[in-house]
Design a protein around this ligand. Structure first.
Ligand SMILES: C[S@@+](CC[C@H](N)C(=O)[O-])C[C@H]1O[C@@H](n2cnc3c(N)ncnc32)[C@H](O)[C@@H]1O
Length: 287
């Protein structure tokens, strides 16, 4: 049973944050010619029609991608993501938000490959149509947490696992950790990425401790907080944790994150923070 529908939230501030970082991460990996593999474990439908009644219910995209669309004054590090928004909306008025499968699909080079896993059969069918034009991307119906067992290690031996669960069920933080543990046994050098909500009701401290215990070098959490009381959604902050984070990745995303804070700030209220959970020597906890 899957009640969660991402269309209710598509294009909100959390999507913008996670997709900007995902885009930059893939670009950093592609600095080398060698092929990469991307596993998108919770893919969703791929493309979100923001005029749909579900998206219109809370209009979360208004405090999200709508604030960026049409902007011209952005740092170069954001330009790929901004291009994707424009390409999805060639008429110039904003209607479609590109989810992770589209972003990944657009970034893949000839030599790269991706698998996008979705557990909801209806969403999977839409996803299949969305990625059908790109033979380097395969949509798969199944459980994203378990997919690491069957799909790793990739033959490319380089790549990233992007895990973006719905967090509508208990225990999803632990499922991320368990799934990463399985993945790391099979593909120790992979880059493991997970998005998560950050607020008092979620057990993030415990999540951080369990991730730290995995002792994967350069485990870094990027946290983004909009701190805006006028925001309709329940969640005002979220994070993206990266294990085996590429060197200098932080520096490459700071301009984008600083800019995003300006975009979402009421009097400078939006902030970002980086937490180094495990450093390059794989044994330092700093949270
Ligand atoms: C937050 S949305 C994903 C959004 C997508 N990653 C994006 O950025 O565009 C979470 C998705 O995971 C799907 N889902 C829920 N449980 C799952 C599971 N165990 N395995 C794979 N997908 C699952 C939901 O149906 C939903 O489409």
């Amino acid at each position: 049973m899957f009640a969660y529908r991402h269309l209710y939230h598509a294009g909100n501030f959390a999507d913008v944050f996670k997709h900007m970082l995902l885009t930059q991460l893939i670009c950093v990996l592609q600095k080398k010619e060698k092929p990469i593999f991307v596993l998108d474990t919770h893919a969703g439908v791929g493309r979100y029609d923001l005029s749909h009644p579900w998206a219109q219910k809370n209009k979360e995209y208004e405090f999200g991608v709508s604030r960026l669309f049409g902007s011209t004054n952005y740092p170069i590090e954001v330009s790929k993501y901004m291009d994707f928004l424009k390409e999805e909306n060639p008429s110039g008025s904003f209607a479609f938000y590109p989810g992770s499968p589209i972003i990944i699909s657009k970034l893949l080079r000839m030599q790269d490959r991706a698998f996008c896993v979705e557990a909801n059969k209806n969403d999977f069918e839409v996803l299949g149509e969305v990625v059908a034009g790109n033979r380097r991307v395969t949509a798969k119906l199944g459980d994203g947490f378990n997919s690491l067992q069957s799909m790793l290690p990739p033959k490319e031996r380089r790549g990233l696992i992007f895990m973006d669960p719905a967090f509508d069920q208990k225990g999803e933080y632990d499922r991320i950790v368990a799934s990463f543990t399985t993945g790391l046994r099979k593909f120790a050098t992979g880059i493991y990425v997970a998005w998560f909500p950050l607020s008092n009701q979620f057990p993030v401290r415990d999540f951080y401790q369990k991730l730290t215990a995995l002792s994967v070098k350069r485990t870094i959490s990027f946290e983004f907080d909009i701190d805006d009381e006028n925001f309709i959604g329940q969640m005002r902050s979220c994070g993206l944790v990266i294990l085996n984070c590429p060197y200098l990745f932080e520096e490459s995303v700071y301009p984008a994150l600083r800019w995003l804070c300006g975009v979402f700030s009421q009097q400078g209220s939006a902030t970002f923070k980086t937490r180094l959970l495990v450093d390059g020597n794989s044994d330092n906890l700093t949270c």
